[in-house]
Design a protein around this ligand. Sequence first.
Ligand code: PMV
Length: 345
Amino acid sequence: MPSLFGGLMPKVVASAPGKVTLFGEHAIVYGYPAIVTSIDRRVYVTSEPRNDNTVKIMALDLRVPGIIVTYKDNEVVVGTDYGQSLSAVAYLNKAVEIVSEYLNVRKGVNLIVRSEMPVGAGLGTSASVSVATIVAYAKSMGYDLSPDEVASLGWRVEKEVQGIASPMDTSIATYGGILKIQATSIGKYVREKLYTETELPIVIGYVERTATTKEMVKMVKKLKERYPDLVDGIMKEIGTVTLEAEKALLKRDLEKVGELMNINHGLLDSLGVSNYRLNEIVYVARAAGALGSKLTGAGGGGAVIALAPNTQERVEVAMKLHSTMTLKTRVGVGGVAVKELEKAP
Ligand code: PMV
């Protein structure tokens, strides 16, 4: 599609939501479905045109002090290095590179990133950064990519930065809502939007992770090698829980959704991906009135979600005592969105 703006580019801002997995993590790796939802915490990427060919990245608020990175002639020049921000910058760089290659056009821009979520808490920040950058950068060059193009380029960014990635996070950052995702064969996934009007008031608790997603997936694989039948059975049960949860969500039966979250947590615990701190948060949330609670994501630390209609405040106070950070959130919000801040001159 030709650029609408010729050489003149507008300043735009794109935002994409974070996510939590409601059901089915780890089992999705073995072909079972998972249900994932967007949360009302977003990453914002502003793209403003420059007169030269330089792409300059400013990470204003990725829960660590800001850094300025200059990316010129395929070389990254880092002003200040603050660990986690730097890893988020890798996704921005890769997104710019992949969009330039896909559209066969490259322009100089300032990319300013702001996040309402902490990086590395399993809330899908890297996917939100990737997707928002793709949309902002393309739009500021005059291109409107389709959601399918964005989701597929976003998945490519994650795979190229991380080595492996499921399309779960980039799909939810693109489409928003609540999605059921399942692998059909290696590297191929189907996605189905769950049309439920259900309000799911969730509290998220977070503790530091002791292992990466890759390490947790590997640990489960090893357990499966030692106990193939047993672990196959657990994966199958997680698949059944996910399908039951889909029905309960569509019927807006929150009691049942909560109960199924508890069962899902028990099964994840039996795979060895929970730990003392996560279990503590899971149980205090229930004691404070949550309808259900479970770890979310790969485990080994990271996030816990609690379903807490009418009890969000109380449940958050209880979870806070045992968490590094908590947040109350609405789920099922819209996917990536972009708007022009200033017209092209
Ligand atoms: O911790 P997260 O948000 O990266 O979630 C990982 C989910 C797994 O099912 C464990 C792995 C995957 O790629 O689906």
